[in-house]
Design a protein around this ligand. Structure first.
Ligand code: FES
Length: 98
């Protein structure tokens, strides 16, 4: 199956790194890492979080998740989140790990 084929929608992303939601695939940064950086440094913008964690400094696909966290929302974008394994939008992803 290719990642471009439609598959049933999951309600939550697969946990990664000890059960924490992996927000930035490029740099392996979890939601917990980001929330800790915000709490410890007072980072209040995507740019500040990126400087402190490196999240969002690669392909930039996770920057919407950084915004969600900064807005007090869960990082997971639900059905429009990225597959934790292949990086395609889950609504399109059908890789064997999804
Ligand atoms: S997934 Fe975060 S920069 Fe690429």
């Amino acid at each position: 199956m290719s990642c471009l084929e439609v598959q049933p929608i999951k309600t939550q992303n697969t946990p990664e790194r000890g059960g924490e939601f992996l927000v930035c695939h490029c740099h392996g940064v979890t939601e917990g890492d980001i929330r800790l950086a915000i709490a410890e440094t007072g980072a209040s913008s995507v740019e500040e979080v990126s400087i402190r964690t490196r999240a969002g400094t690669g392909c930039r696909a996770c920057r919407c998740k950084l915004s969600r966290i900064l807005s007090g929302l869960p990082a997971d974008c639900g059905r429009f989140g990225l597959c934790q394994h292949c990086g395609f939008a889950e609504v399109l992803c059908a890789c064997s790990a999804a």
